[in-house]
Design a protein around this ligand. Structure first.
Ligand SMILES: NC(=O)c1ccc[n+]([C@@H]2O[C@H](COP(=O)([O-])OP(=O)(O)OC[C@H]3O[C@@H](n4cnc5c(N)ncnc54)[C@H](OP(=O)(O)O)[C@@H]3O)[C@@H](O)[C@H]2O)c1
Length: 207
């Protein structure tokens, strides 16, 4: 598939690495094109300017901070029908809390900001270290939970996740991002707060 990754940081670089390794045609963009170029060069992808970068791709992975996601999506020309994989967590400055929840979620706010985009929540419970190292952790496949109101979006995200070696679990409609974002909060607590480190990931036993 043709995939655009917005963001050349920890998660963006991990996606570029694993998607390219899985044989996808990957482009990466960032505000600072030299950062995108460095990541693209390392993993065999192409760096592209933001303008109209979403045109003609099968999916856009938004790997920016939550607060930048809507602006970043607009800057690449995401529109109605664009499949957007939202990996963001709306974190407080100390990373130990969420800035929204209960009655909405980052994913729903992003969907509202880009009307008609086929937004899928996923990968937000996968630490960058886990993504960079591949989908196998402690002898098990890491699970990617996918929530979306778009069947096409969900199937696209599922195919991409599975091509990278992840197990996927259908987590229902986009509204269930209200559960997945706090789950990432708990993961961050385990990783950083409780000191387990970032080579951990949540799973649903028996699924
Ligand atoms: N790190 C993790 O383990 C992890 C796990 C799961 C989910 N997440 C989520 O994934 C997202 C990215 O996290 P990260 O750790 O990769 O952050 P990061 O290392 O800080 O990278 C963020 C990237 O977004 C780019 N960016 C910011 N605003 C942008 C804009 N308007 N347009 C284009 N690019 C923009 C930044 O580039 P410049 O600022 O240089 O322009 C940078 O390359 C966050 O929402 C986070 O909550 C992270």
């Amino acid at each position: 598939m043709k995939v655009l990754v917005i963001g050349a940081g920890n998660m963006g670089a991990g996606f570029v690495k694993q998607l390219a390794a899985a044989g996808h045609q990957v482009s990466v963009t960032a505000r600072d094109i030299t950062k995108a170029q460095a990541v693209a060069q390392q993993f065999g992808a192409s760096a592209v300017p933001q303008d109209n970068a979403a045109s003609g791709v099968d999916a856009v992975v938004v790997a920016t901070p939550y607060g930048e996601a809507a602006a970043a999506l607009r800057s690449v020309g995401a529109r109605a029908g664009t499949v957007v994989i939202d990996i963001t967590n709306p974190l407080t400055a100390d990373y130990m809390g969420l800035t929204l929840g209960h009655s909405t979620s980052a994913a729903e706010e992003i969907a509202r900001a880009v009307p008609g985009a086929e937004v899928v929540k996923g990968f937000n419970t996968v630490f960058a270290q886990v993504l960079a190292n591949g989908a196998d952790l402690g002898g098990e496949k890491v699970t990617v939970f996918l929530a979306s109101d778009s069947e096409r979006g969900k199937q696209t995200a599922k195919a991409l996740a599975e091509s990278m070696g992840f197990k996927t679990l259908d987590a229902g409609g986009l509204k269930n991002a209200r559960y997945l974002e706090p789950l990432a909060g708990l993961n961050i607590y385990f990783g950083y707060g409780a000191g387990l480190g970032t080579a951990v990931a949540p799973a649903w036993i028996g699924s």
